[in-house]
Write a protein that binds this ligand. Structure first.
Ligand code: BGC
Length: 368
């Protein structure tokens, strides 16, 4: 997982932290890893879980898995989702309420990485442990742990899949592509994009990969709220502005499955040949699309494993121990390096879908 890119960031981040604790960027990098003192609490203590709105299937699954898993482990739980529109205010209120109810651990899948500082400060002051789940919380010292799939690796796998898919269709370049990224308020979005760009940039520099619209900056490619309709709209306008004259679009970097399907819908609507489109999350509809030869790839981030790992952390804290972490370098939230447990993501195409989902009773039948 280490590479020159992240090492450079690491050095930069350490220097930045040494110079100014007020640094305000969040990126992979750094090298330290403060630990929360062990506390321990009642075996049936309350665990708060604040999830974002249900912008993809993984969040829906996570809610059920937390409710059942925490109950099975003997804890009381309070699992909440931010609403569909007033997401930030909803989540802020939910976290404050969890603190008031005496939650011992608060697990947060942030709807907006940078807007929860006040609430996590309250949590810390009340003695709760804060775990960021899947999405990092930025610009706050009051976060203890981060548990996620390796987001940078997700981006690298997406960038490589885009290239592989295009090469399989058209062995020699140049290949014309468009780039999409996730919601700017989600810290993962830039990490996914940077991972993919680490793979694509050298080819763009050589002219082997051409971004038809010229829109290569993460800000230009962002899809607010991870909303399908926003992705479809951007693809519609790219098709009109850049591909109206019959120019071929070979591939689209899409950060997740919801957006991938919206991009494909747009291309179909315009009556164009389908480009190679990447994705993430292994949503059932996208697995079907991959098997039908439409969407090219997705990423398997098994939510069952991520929730299980988080509950394992909660159990360790309950017992007064320190949760397992396997990364103390990669996630600088702008104030500190957050001790993390990172799981490995898996790239899935039609070629390995049956194998990748063999242990998933919901997805495995779709690959037969
Ligand atoms: C998650 C992705 C998901 C996206 C939209 C990200 O933070 O890591 O798995 O597709 O949010 O819900």
């Amino acid at each position: 997982m280490r590479n020159l890119f992240s090492k450079t960031l690491a050095i930069t981040a350490v220097a930045a932290l040494a110079l100014a604790a007020s640094a305000c960027s969040s990126e992979r990098g750094g090298d330290s890893g403060g630990k929360t003192p062990a506390k321990g609490f009642a075996a049936d203590g309350l665990i708060g879980v604040a999830l974002p709105s249900k912008t993809s299937e993984n969040w829906v699954l996570a809610g059920d898995l937390f409710t059942n898993g925490l109950k099975e482990a003997g804890f009381k739980s309070d699992v909440q989702y931010a609403g569909a529109s007033t997401t930030v205010a909803d989540q802020q209120g939910q976290i404050s309420a969890m603190v008031t109810k005496g939650a011992k651990v608060i697990v947060i899948g942030a709807t907006d990485a940078a807007q929860l500082s006040t609430q996590v400060k309250q949590a810390k002051e009340a003695g709760a442990v804060v775990i960021a789940y899947d999405r990092l919380l930025t610009n706050t010292p009051d976060i203890d742990y981060y548990v996620a799939f390796d987001n940078f690796k997700v981006g690298q796998l997406q960038g490589q899949a885009l290239l592989d898919g295009m090469k399989a269709k058209k062995p020699t370049g140049p290949w014309t592509v468009e780039l999409f990224s996730g919601s700017p308020d989600d810290n993962n979005s830039a990490v996914f994009f940077n991972g993919a760009m680490e793979v694509l940039k050298p080819l763009i520099a050589k002219g082997d990969v051409v971004v038809g619209s010229g829109q290569t900056d993460v800000k230009q490619t962002a899809i607010q709220g991870w909303k399908a309709e926003n992705a479809q709209q951007r693809m519609d306008s790219l098709l009109t502005s850049t591909y109206g004259s019959g120019k071929t679009l070979d591939g689209v970097l899409s950060p997740n499955d919801t957006l991938a399907r919206a991009i494909l819908t747009s291309v179909k609507g315009a009556g164009k040949a389908l480009p190679v489109v990447t994705g993430q999350d292994s949503e059932a509809e996208s697995v079907k699309s991959i098997m039908a030869g439409q969407q090219y790839s997705t990423i398997n981030k098994d939510t069952r494993k991520l929730v299980a790992e988080t509950i394992k952390m909660v159990k360790a804290l309950q017992a007064g121990g320190t949760p397992d972490i396997n990364d103390t370098k990669s996630y600088n939230n702008g104030v500190k390096i957050v001790p993390s447990y990172l799981l490995p993501p898996v790239i899935v195409t039609k070629a390995n879908a049956a194998e990748a989902y063999a242990n998933d009773p919901k997805l495995s039948p779709l690959t037969k």
